[in-house]
Design a protein around this ligand. Structure first.
Ligand SMILES: Nc1nc2c(c(=O)[nH]1)N[C@H]1C(S)=C(S)[C@@H](COP(=O)(O)OP(=O)(O)OC[C@H]3O[C@@H](n4cnc5c(=O)[nH]c(N)nc54)[C@H](O)[C@@H]3O)O[C@H]1N2
Ligand SMILES: Nc1nc2c(c(=O)[nH]1)N[C@H]1C(S)=C(S)[C@@H](COP(=O)(O)OP(=O)(O)OC[C@H]3O[C@@H](n4cnc5c(=O)[nH]c(N)nc54)[C@H](O)[C@@H]3O)O[C@H]1N2
Ligand code: SF4
Ligand SMILES: [Mo]
Length: 746
């Protein structure tokens, strides 16, 4: 007998609702849930492989504990005892600050990742926190922090209503969208063009998305900040900078932006960007002329040399053309678990550099240090060296610069614990591996992506399959880990304490807040009203009730609760995005601060780069993604790899001819951090002067359990980096547009 269950897909930011067919606790089929209020049936090849991924025989089903140097299966009791002993030894000798934390990408795709990392970091009292954000979108947080006073207030393209989408360094037909949660991105781009709108793509690669565009501009990688500055320049020069009356009253810094853009005329930047000045003018004029337009930038605009400047300019352009916070433009989502809107009030503003990394003095950003300096924080001797590491859902040996150095550094740690379902390139160094259950056995709520979605909806999936014998769900693993770090991890430790503490903390704050619907109420009585079968469900219930659509513990009887959501398994539609300025602003001035001093301070660096020009700079490398991959951890599912999903170095025919490279032959690629060898794939989709390699490959290290991935291991592109190339304002590694040398191997 088979049955079906609904489950939001955790495999990318599109968050599609899936309908799983389940026979004897096994997912035998996955299809798009046609009734899902957000995704309406959309699914991609990864979602369709949900069952294979869920049942991957290499997935760890029991914890692993290192004994005499070898990782062996153990009981949960033994594993948490080993954590208590190992962590205890380090923290007693050196304090919790000697423990680092690395949080990888799936933390934004799990309930546990949305709820527990903050408590873990708090329990350790460490400032050595590293995440995938500094390999990804941190520049956007910095730009939002400076512009709007809130680093998490990221405006997203209102895809359903725009007439003109200018896409910078994003490939949503492959990635399915990022910092713009939109199921069926392909369908939304088609609909845009059907209603007479235009798609313009700026990308050095003629990607699937670029090939589908009305206009494709292929600049030299890394030069987008200059290109976008030139668009701003044109808007001012031609009298097209017109935010409109509604927005203008909430803007400051227009004159300063104009002055900053003065040096970046189309003629000045044309040769650096390798885009003709006339074409730059057309880009600006088209953007200004469209009734509703939006500029949207993604990884090719963030993980680059001038990532923060480019991210900032994206929203400067949205503001100057009157498209910020307006339907069809760039809008701020309002998630169901956000704090309920408070009256507009000036905030403290956003600061970075409250502390610095020990070895190379990199500033803290959003309480994080750059992932690119993790290795040196471990392997550089001296006071304050990291001696232990907790990795949750991360594989930095493959995802961060100089994996070989990090690999050696991890091997030298006194203690390491990984919360991860796989024994991979990173977790193989752990002393204890704590595996979460596969996704079908886990509940799902999108805490992160609901704040980035192009339409406000709310959806929750309880576990589709009951947890198998001997399984601990990831919230419980995290709660026990937190108790262990606090020295309360004995065999009778009650993980519910961790949830109760979080609930009490929030209720104490809310009952003391005059703007809260529960101001002055009794926290214990409110706590008793919460429903939910588990600690994390009660936390979700609390957040929903106190959120912008919540029932507020009686304030709005029709409002949202967990129970109400459970009665609507396909989700609840909360409507199209609505304007949120000034309520969303938390800058000291209470305005959108268009010309923040920190950003202005980085402009001279860009001016110098433009002055140096781009000619004769040799080959630069950029990344690429494949529809059937996801970073480093989906190469172990045979139905997803092979065919075009391979680790090849792509190169333009002219470069191949000049370098004597032939299709299919091996090339040696050298960068700051080392050299790798990969098969050549010649393609004119890339502009000349650019080579491309995907990331997340290099599955040939010993001591992993990735049977399928090891058969076609590929190579680790991040070995070409040494960790020194960083966007200074955000600490983000430059993963796109760095110099390499390529030659025929052998
Ligand atoms: N050169 C280059 N490097 C890049 C990029 C690039 O474009 N080019 N992209 C960067 C980007 S955008 C990102 S986000 C990073 C990603 O960097 P990471 O987050 O370090 O890497 P992932 O491959 O996503 O690793 C995810 C880990 O989580 C585990 N995992 C999967 N599901 C779960 C779960 O439910 N719970 C737990 N606890 N663990 C789980 C997987 O087994 C894997 O070990 O890589 C970055 N690195
Ligand atoms: N199938 C699949 N989907 C994924 C992932 C995956 O690995 N596979 N990863 C997920 C993650 S973690 C993320 S962060 C998102 C990323 O989502 P996207 O950013 O949409 O995906 P990318 O393919 O990295 O697209 C970046 C584009 O920038 C271009 N580019 C590189 N350098 C430059 C430059 O200097 N300027 C400009 N203008 N463009 C440049 C590249 O050619 C590439 O097409 O995708 C997510 N979705
Ligand atoms: S697009 Fe993303 S969320 Fe949707 S099915 Fe594919 S992997 Fe899952
Ligand atoms: Mo990412």
């Amino acid at each position: 007998m088979s049955r079906t269950a609904l489950r939001i897909c955790p495999l990318c930011e599109a968050t599609c609702g899936l309908e799983l067919t389940i026979a004897e606790s096994r997912v035998t089929h996955a299809r798009g849930d046609a009734l899902d209020v957000f995704s309406a049936g959309f699914i991609c090849p990864k979602g369709a492989s949900f069952g294979q991924l869920d049942a991957d025989p290499d997935r760890l089903r029991k914890p692993l504990v290192r004994r005499d140097g070898r990782l062996e299966e153990a009981t949960w009791e033994e594993a948490f005892a080993a954590v208590a002993a190992g962590m205890g030894a380090v923290t007693q000798a050196h304090g919790g600050t000697a423990v680092g934390v690395f949080l990888g990408n799936p933390n934004v795709h799990t309930v546990a990742g949305g709820l527990y990392p903050g408590q873990l970091i708090g329990a350790l009292g460490t400032r050595s926190v590293f995440t995938a954000s500094t390999l990804d979108q941190m520049p956007k947080h910095v730009s939002s922090g400076l512009l709007f006073g809130d680093p998490n207030a990221i405006p997203v393209p209102d895809l359903d209503r725009t007439d003109h989408l200018l896409l910078i360094g994003a490939n949503p037909l492959v990635s399915n969208g990022s910092l713009a949660t939109a199921a069926d991105f392909p369908g939304k781009l088609k609909a845009l063009r059907r209603r007479g709108g235009r798609l313009v793509v700026v990308d050095p690669h003629r990607t699937r998305t670029a090939a589908a565009a009305d206009r494709h501009v292929a600049p030299r990688p890394g030069t987008d900040a200059a290109l976008l500055f030139a668009l701003v320049h044109v808007l001012f020069a031609e009298g097209l900078a017109a935010p409109g009356p509604a927005l203008t009253s909430h803007l400051s810094g227009m004159a300063e932006v104009r002055a900053l853009a003065a040096d970046f005329s189309p003629e000045t930047v044309a040769s650096y960007c390798d885009v003709p000045a006339d074409e730059i003018r057309v880009l600006a004029r088209e953007l200004a002329a469209a009734e509703r337009a939006v500029v949207y930038g993604r990884l090719g605009s963030t993980a680059v040399e001038f990532g923060t400047l480019a991210s900032w300019l994206v929203d400067v352009l949205n503001a100057l053309t009157g498209n910020l916070d307006r339907p069809g433009g760039a809008m701020f989502p309002l998630s169901a678990t956000a704090r309920a809107p408070r009256p507009a009030a000036p905030g403290k503003g956003f600061r970075t550099g409250r502390w610095h990394s020990r070895v190379s003095g990199r500033p803290e950003v959003k309480s994080e240090l750059p992932a690119a300096v993790l290795a040196e924080e471990i392997d550089t001797p001296g006071e304050g060296r990291l001696r232990a590491l907790v990795v949750v859902a991360g594989n930095p040996v493959l995802s961060a610069p100089d994996g070989d150095r990090l690999d050696r550094a991890l091997a030298g740690l006194d203690f390491m614990v990984s919360v991860d379902p796989y024994l991979n390139e990173t977790s193989r160094h752990a002393h204890v591996v704590l595996p979460p259950p596969p996704p079908a056995q886990s509940a799902h709520y999108d805490f992160a992506f609901s704040t980035l979605a192009v339409r406000n909806t709310v959806r929750y999936s309880p576990p589709a399959v009951p947890p198998a014998e001997g399984v601990l769900d990831e919230p419980e693993i995290m709660a026990r880990l937190i108790l262990g770090v606090l020295g309360q991890g004995g065999p009778d430790a009650d993980p519910a304490l961790v949830d109760a503490q979080a609930i009490r903390h929030r209720l104490d704050r809310e009952t003391a807040d005059p703007h809260s619907p529960v101001h002055g109420r009794d926290a214990a009585e409110l706590e008793a009203a919460l429903t939910g079968a588990t600690g994390y469900e009660r936390r979700l219930d609390l957040m929903l009730r106190l959120g912008p659509y919540g029932e507020g513990f009686g304030a709005d009887p029709d409002g949202l609760t967990l129970d109400a959501l459970l009665r609507r398994p396909h989700g609840i539609d909360l409507g199209a995005l609505r304007s949120r300025i000034p309520g969303v602003l938390r800058t000291p001035s209470g305005t959108v601060e268009l010309a923040p001093a920190a950003v202005a301070g980085d402009v001279p660096r860009l001016r110098e780069a433009v002055a140096r020009g781009g000619e004769g700079s040799g080959l630069v490398l950029i990344g690429r993604r494949h529809l059937r991959s996801n970073n480093s951890w989906m190469h172990n599912v045979p139905s997803l790899t092979g065919g075009s999903n391979r680790c090849t170095v792509q190169i333009h025919p002219e470069d191949a001819a000049r370098l004597g490279l032939t299709d299919g032959a091996q090339a040696r690629i050298k960068g700051d951090g080392g050299e790798i060898t990969a098969p050549v794939e010649i393609t004119d989709a890339l502009r000349p002067g650019v080579a491309s390699l995907p990331h997340g490959w290099g599955h040939d290290r010993e001591g992993t359990r990735l049977t399928a991935a090891a058969r076609e291991p590929g190579v680790n592109v991040n070995q070409l980096l040494d960790g020194s190339r960083i966007d200074p304002l955000s600490g983000t590694a430059v993963l796109n547009g760095f110099p390499v040398q390529v030659e025929a191997a052998g």
